[in-house]
Design a protein around this ligand. Structure first.
Ligand code: PMV
Length: 341
C-alpha cells in the first residue's frame, strides 16, 4: 500500500516521531470526527523550498471560510483502509486515496487500518482549498482518536505534511503561515493573527464557481514548473514581502480597500509567474476573465469589491456586507460566505 520512496517517508516519519514524543497516548477511541474550514490565501504560497515536507519559499496569509470546509470521521478497522469521499467509496490507489493512505501510514500502529469518511461542502480539487481543509480535519480527527492532545501549532505542522495550505486551516479568522528556516520544518507552521472577528465582522467572501471539475495541473506540479522555469520567480519573495506588509497594515487599520488591493495584486502576480513559465500554466478560462472585468466594472461604479484566484478557474471575491446587494445583482450565482460563522 505504501509505495512512497522510503527516504521520503522516513524524513516525514522523523517529524511525526518528534511531535508525538511525550504525547499522552493514554486512550484510544474507536472513532473520532472533526471539522476544519477551507481557507483562501490573501497572500499566496507559491513555491516550495522542500518538495517532500511542503516547506514554502515564503510566508503566506489567509482567511478561513467559517462553516465551509470538510468534516472527517475516522474509525479504527481491522480490514484494509477504506476512503469514502462525499458518500462515494474511492479506490485506495486513486490519487486522493493514495495521498490519504500514505499520510495514515505515518501514524499507523502495526496492523491497524482505518475507515475515513470525508464530506466537503465546497467543490473538491477545483482550487477551492478542499485538500487544505481535508488534511486539517484529518489531523484533528487523528488527534482525538489517539488522544495525542497536540497544540494547534503541532497539528499545523502535521497537516502541512499532507498539503502545504492545510497548515492554515486549523483556525478560523486571519492566519499567517511562517515559512520557517529549519531544514526539518519544525518552525514552519501557521498562527492565528491577533485580530478580533468583531473588527472585521462585515467582511464577506463570495465564491464564483465556473467549474467544479478536478484541475488538470495540480498546484504541486504547477509550483514546480514555476520555480524551475519562470524567469521572474526570483522576484516573488520580494512581492510577497510587500503584500504582507500591506495586508498587516490594512488589517491593523481596518482599511478594506487596502486589503482588497493587496490581495488582488498578489493573486495577479502569482498568475503572471505561471504565464511566464514554460510550459505556461493558465488556470483562467473565458468565464474567469469575464468575471474579472465585471469586478473592475463594479469598482469603477464605486463598489469596493476585489478578487483572488487560486490554482483553478474560480474566483473568490472580497467585499463588505453593506455592498452585498450590488454584488448579487452582478453575480446572481455567487455563493456568499460569512467567514465568521
Ligand atoms: O497547499 P496546496 O498544495 O494545495 O497549494 C495551495 C496553492 C494556492 O492555493 C494557489 C495558494 C495558497 O496559498 O493557498
Amino acid at each position: 500500500m505504501n509505495n512512497m520512496p522510503s527516504n521520503i517517508q522516513s524524513s516525514k516519519q522523523q517529524i511525526i516521531e518528534t511531535i508525538l514524543t511525550g504525547t499522552a497516548h493514554t486512550k484510544q477511541l474507536a472513532t473520532a470526527t472533526a471539522f476544519a474550514p477551507a481557507n483562501i490565501a490573501l497572500c499566496k504560497y507559491w513555491g516550495k523550498r522542500d518538495q517532500e515536507l511542503n516547506l514554502p519559499v515564503t510566508d503566506s496569509l489567509s482567511i478561513s471560510l467559517g462553516d465551509k470546509g470538510v468534516t472527517t470521521t475516522i474509525t479504527v478497522s481491522d480490514q484494509a483502509d477504506q476512503i469514502i469521499l462525499n458518500s462515494k467509496q474511492l479506490p485506495v490507489n486513486s490519487p486522493f486515496g493514495q495521498r490519504i493512505c500514505q499520510f495514515l501510514d505515518l501514524v499507523r500502529p502495526p496492523g491497524m487500518f482505518f475507515q475515513v469518511v470525508t464530506s466537503s461542502n465546497i467543490p473538491i480539487s477545483a482550487g477551492l482549498a478542499s485538500s487544505a481543509a481535508g488534511f486539517a480535519a484529518l489531523v484533528k480527527a487523528l488527534d482525538q482518536l489517539f488522544a495525542w492532545r497536540l497544540t494547534n501549532q503541532q497539528l499545523s505542522i502535521l497537516a502541512r505534511l499532507g498539503s502545504g495550505s492545510a497548515s492554515r486551516s486549523l483556525w478560523h479568522g486571519f492566519v499567517l503561515w511562517q515559512k520557517g528556516e529549519r531544514a526539518d520544518g519544525m518552525d514552519s507552521y501557521a498562527q492565528l493573527m491577533p485580530i478580533a472577528p468583531t473588527e472585521w465582522q462585515d467582511l464577506r467572501v463570495g465564491l464564483l464557481i465556473f467549474s467544479s471539475a478536478e484541475k488538470k495541473i495540480s498546484s504541486r506540479v504547477a509550483m514546480q514548473v514555476t520555480v524551475q522555469s519562470c524567469p521572474f520567480y526570483e522576484l516573488w519573495p520580494r512581492q510577497v514581502a510587500k503584500t504582507l506588509t500591506e495586508l498587516k497594515q490594512a488589517l491593523a487599520t481596518q482599511n478594506f480597500v487596502a486589503l482588497g488591493q493587496a490581495t488582488e495584486t498578489n493573486s495577479l502576480a502569482m498568475h503572471a509567474l505561471m504565464l511566464a513559465s514554460w510550459p505556461a500554466i493558465i488556470y483562467s478560462t473565458a468565464d474567469t476573465l469575464q468575471a474579472m472585468q465585471a469586478v473592475w466594472q463594479l469598482r469603477a461604479a464605486g463598489v469596493a469589491v476585489y478578487f483572488t484566484q487560486d490554482a483553478g478557474p474560480n474566483l473568490k471575491l472580497l467585499f463588505l456586507a453593506e455592498q452585498q446587494a450590488e454584488i448579487l445583482a452582478m453575480f446572481p450565482n455567487i455563493q456568499l460566505i460569512n467567514p465568521w460563522i
